[in-house]
Design a protein around this ligand. Structure first.
Ligand SMILES: NC(=O)CC[C@H](N)C(=O)O
Length: 431
């Protein structure tokens, strides 16, 4: 469930159980009761979905350190390889599943109860799930939310995404914190030996791979979806389409586009390989470099594009976009031990000394010592002191390592979109 839903329900004292939603359910919709999703036969015994939660372990997660974790499967079956990362968000698993920045990764949720609110029509952050799989402690057998249209298990199965539950997520998280991110293999195929799967985990790597090319759009498109006024928590009568923005899609989350649109931007989204010259020909007021999966040093073509645009129009980089900007300015990125993934990371804005609680999802960071003079570190992650934001006022550049658009997460950093608008406005006025 997104933070928006909670805000909305609280703000308007909305009864979350009586609201008719969605207005016209599709035939696929399955509204499950709040009490129990297991259909009961006449003698009261559970039938149908009764294999949950008493199913025997039918899946294995094997980590490259040699550990083997037996679990129960849901969603799709098969064998997948990926990097295991843990996410500390309490809510918002649907947004996490559809965040393209998780391509190539298994997301382990530290919140033990997942699936409780099912999935809904509104919370997808992109056109599909790009992640390698989902690892959770306990899969809720009851699904209850006023927006729910489907169970999490059915949603994952339809999208061919593997999930496992009944696995000790705390023990795996401790291991990742101690040893750093690990490559893992998830399999439901009993015919494959442990040795074969361990070998698979040890011969795959996420470093140095261009994962952006697998998630970006194929062709430019205009963002036309409007944020419904009841969800637009921070709209203060801004005019629409006041600023022309080109957004590079390195794996862009829809809420970045929604927030830009709410702040009055008319947005054209372009693929990651879209030439800088074509962008500049469109005479935008600003350019956004989006979030995206994988190693920022494995996409030199994107860094070149950013370099060609810098200094010509105001730019805003978010997460992968921030890392590409850091490189384009002459800096270096490095892989962190286990990264930041969650909705509760304190960040200090060094310009106004305010602490923002932020949504984060990254495994790489910009090394501030590698940046040339004139580049200002504007934000610092208070958990580990890493660089969380940059600015280069002389070239109208701003960037954040984390997610001001949230989805899921707190809205403390939404003001970053206003700063981007102000950057575009002041450049317009100076012209
Ligand atoms: N959310 C993102 O843009 C992630 C950036 C980059 N892929 C990282 O893991 O650091």
């Amino acid at each position: 469930m997104g933070i928006y839903a909670m805000d909305f329900a609280l703000k308007f004292n909305q009864s979350i159980f009586s609201t008719p939603y969605p207005p016209k359910p599709s035939p696929k919709c399955r509204f499950l009761t709040a009490r129990c999703s297991l259909p009961l036969s006449s003698d009261g015994a559970a039938t149908g979905l009764a294999e949950r939660p008493w199913k025997v372990a039918d899946a294995r997660l094997l980590l490259e350190d040699g550990s083997i974790w037996r679990a129960k499967s849901f969603g799709a079956s098969g064998t997948r390889v990926g990097e295991v990362v843990f996410n500390t968000s309490l809510t918002g698993y649907q947004e996490i599943l559809t965040d393209p920045s998780y391509a190539g990764q298994f997301v382990l949720m530290t919140n033990p109860h997942i699936g409780n609110t099912g999935v809904n029509f509104d919370d997808d952050e992109s056109r599909q799930c790009f992640l390698a799989g989902l690892v959770i402690r306990s899969l809720s057998i009851t699904t209850s939310n006023w927006r729910c249209v489907e169970t999490l298990g059915d949603y994952l199965a339809e999208r061919n995404v593997m999930g496992i539950y009944d696995v000790d997520t705390r023990a795996i998280t401790c291991r990742l914190r101690q040893d750093g991110s690990l490559i893992g293999v998830l399999s439901t195929e009993q015919s494959r030996s442990d040795d074969e799967l361990l070998e698979m985990s040890r011969s795959w790597d996420i470093v140095g791979i261009d994962l952006i090319s697998g998630v970006t759009c194929n062709a430019p498109y205009e963002w036309v979806d409007e944020t419904k006024s009841e969800w637009d928590f921070n709209s203060d009568g801004r005019d629409r389409d006041t600023y022309r923005v080109i957004a590079y899609d390195f794996g862009i989350k829809h809420n970045i586009l929604r927030r830009l649109a709410s702040y009055g931007c008319k947005i054209t989204v372009v693929p990651s390989t879209w030439p800088a010259a074509e962008t500049l020909k469109l005479k935008p007021d600003g350019v956004l470099f989006s979030n995206g999966p994988g190693d920022p040093s494995a996409v030199p073509y994107a860094v070149e594009t950013v370099k060609e645009i810098l200094g010509k129009v105001p730019v805003f980089g978010i997460c992968m976009g921030h890392q590409l900007l850091g490189q384009a300015l002459g800096g270096k990125t490095f892989k962190m031990k286990f990264g930041h993934h969650g909705g509760n990371h304190p960040v200090r804005n060094l310009r106004n000394r305010r602490v923002e609680i932020s949504a984060q999802n990254h495994n790489y960071a910009v090394d501030p010592a590698s940046l040339p003079e004139g580049v200002e570190v504007t934000h610092v992650n208070l958990n580990d002191g890493s660089c969380a934001g940059l600015a280069y006022p002389a070239l109208s550049i701003m960037s954040l390592q984390y997610h001001p658009e949230a989805s899921p997460g707190p809205h403390d950093s939404d003001c970053a979109f206003r700063e981007f608008i102000e950057l575009m406005e002041s450049t317009k006025q100076a012209a």
